[in-house]
Design a protein around this ligand. Structure first.
Ligand code: SAM
Length: 203
């Protein structure tokens, strides 16, 4: 881990970074437009970080956040104190993911680009049977796109996640297990030049 990665692995540094780059209301818009689940649904947030999505679900859904960074999970528990949201220190490949299913929404925000392709293929095969028949898997990831500005491409190439892909790359990995995979390119979500792909997969 280099110095930048060590700093960002601290919840206070990562939280400050997100506050700088994310315009207010962004998470609410993502939940309304992409991380969609009906009231009463079961949500699994894989790689939940310090749990900033939890408050947008926990008053109407069951919410389980999993992350292998114990510092992030500690922070998530503090920030969501008094909420029914649950946070567990675990790897996305750990058995708790299967044991606690099924889910109506399995979400990953900025996590697939931290995982090599064999890990994503294995994860897709594991979670596919855990998505309820009317449910979905949704990931939002940095993406290389021919139409993006060079500055966005450079920012994504410099990300601490080493496996950013193009749209087809993400789609192919999820399509190995899911029948129905859609991708959408989203530009301009952050205050810095950046491009995201939203990958939605249904069983
Ligand atoms: C860019 S951060 C995104 C955090 C959060 N989802 C968000 O939107 O702010 C990537 C997260 O994935 C977690 N992560 C990466 N690989 C993981 C793995 N194999 N198992 C569990 N968590 C993982 C990291 O600890 C980190 O919290």
């Amino acid at each position: 881990m280099n110095l930048r990665e060590r700093l960002l692995s601290r919840p206070i540094v990562y939280r400050t970074f997100k506050r700088v780059v994310l315009p207010s209301g962004t998470l609410e818009r993502l939940v309304a437009d992409h991380f969609v689940v009906a009231a009463g649904g079961r949500v699994l947030d894989l790689g939940c970080g310090y749990g900033d999505f939890a408050a947008l679900f926990a008053d109407r859904c069951s919410y389980l956040g999993i992350d292998h960074n114990a510092g992030y999970i500690d922070r998530a528990r503090v920030l969501n104190g008094g909420s029914p949201a649950e946070f567990v220190v675990a790897d996305v490949a750990d058995s708790i993911v299967v044991e606690r299913g099924p889910y109506d929404l399995i979400m990953m925000s900025g996590v697939l680009h931290h995982l090599p392709s064999d890990a994503v293929l294995s994860l897709a095969a594991t979670i596919r049977p855990l998505v309820s028949p009317s449910g979905r898997f949704v990931a939002m990831e940095p993406v290389f796109d021919p139409d993006q500005r060079l500055t966005a491409r450079l920012a994504i190439a410099a990300d601490r996640g080493r496996y950013a892909r193009d749209e087809d790359g993400y789609r192919a990995l999820l399509a190995s297990s899911f029948d129905d995979v859609d991708t959408t390119i989203v530009s301009g979500m952050l205050r810095i030049p950046y491009t995201h792909a939203v990958i939605t997969a249904r069983p």
